[in-house]
Design a protein around this ligand. Sequence first.
Ligand SMILES: Cc1cc2nc3c(=O)[nH]c(=O)nc-3n(C[C@H](O)[C@H](O)[C@H](O)COP(=O)(O)O)c2cc1C
Length: 409
Amino acid sequence: MAGSGPSGARRVDDPPEVRDALPTHPEPVVRLNRAVNLADVREAARRRLPRPVFDTIDGGADDELTLTRNETAFRDLLVTPRPLVDVTTRSMRTEVLGQPVALPVLLAPTGGARVAHRHAELAVAAAAASRHTVYVQGTVTSWSLEDVAAAGGGSSWYQLYLPADRSRTAAMVDRVVAAGYRALVLTVDTAVFGGRERDRRNGTALPVRIRPRLALQGAGRPAWAVDFVRGAVQLPGPLSGSRGLSVRATQEQILASPSPVTWADLASVRALWPGPLVVKGVLGPEQVQRLLDEGVDGVVVSNHGGRQLDGVPATIEALPAVVDAVAGRAEVFLDGGVRRGTDVLKALALGARAVMIGRPYLFGLAAGGQAGVEKVLDVLGTELDRAMALSGCATVADVDAGLVRRVGR
Ligand SMILES: Cc1cc2nc3c(=O)[nH]c(=O)nc-3n(C[C@H](O)[C@H](O)[C@H](O)COP(=O)(O)O)c2cc1C
């Protein structure tokens, strides 16, 4: 499934029986190639996806206040460059939980990537590996966690949603260990699902199934529809290869009833998982001391991309207080609303070790599969490199709090 491309990077492709089974439809590579920024990539995806599918990725909770704020809050931060520094030689390299990465942009866990492209998590993991960064594979997946681990070449992390039946947690964690994931990310902001009103209006729920309305809208999006059907032909093999624990059953349980994560759960996961443990979904300093006491190695300042509780702060607003409370005793990551290299620069300046992106790479995936995800990483990398050069930073270590200040709205 994932082979070696001409450059040595892994490339995800269909097995021959799937490749030959259906006519190939040209993918909108031209549009993707012309994309100069992430807004263009989003637009390429919007043109390819049926409206309900686009909305299920693009949308947020309730009035989408937090979704909007995640992006606008970055604009309220201004950068003060430091000229007269020799930035001829630059590097975006850094380490996340001891793992070297080529740039401080990681790919956040997103359930349901399969609605964007049939290669879904395999393509995302392979793209992250080819760009020497990290993909956080989610529990909600269309490919087995072993196949995704292989596509990521041993560089991926795993995001855990706990099964409602906690007696199955240990088997799940064992499987993640055996597959070779480097870090475990426990998401704690989904006690119940957020109110996704676009999805309710569209009658969409994850996992997306072909229903009459979707089939109708899919007819206007033939490239997507063919891809979706090809995926359906292709899927049964890898998904059913559930090696001792049913991925599908676990997911259906999770999707049917998300299960609140408690401090007791955190302690038991910590005891089960031997590697670095990250908690995703922290927005304030109050829980930080206890998280550190429980042995957490990293936190992700995240509001789930504005998809859970609406009205919470933008993550870039919440970041400084969390960084202060952590005080260097763990690594702090941020996701939500990162759309520009300058956003990455601002997050690093305020103390994030690295950022994660969600929607942007899903749009890249929708517009061009693995190449689309790579394009998104390349665009952000190019922008960050330029922003570092123009602000007088040769390395990420040079990016510090003195670079940014907040302006009033
Ligand atoms: C379609 C979609 C599915 C997601 N699924 C998950 C998930 O299964 N687990 C999780 O921890 N976060 C999930 N997230 C949240 C992302 O990990 C991340 O926090 C968010 O997308 C970051 O915001 P951004 O999309 O503005 O970059 C999902 C986000 C989207 C857009």
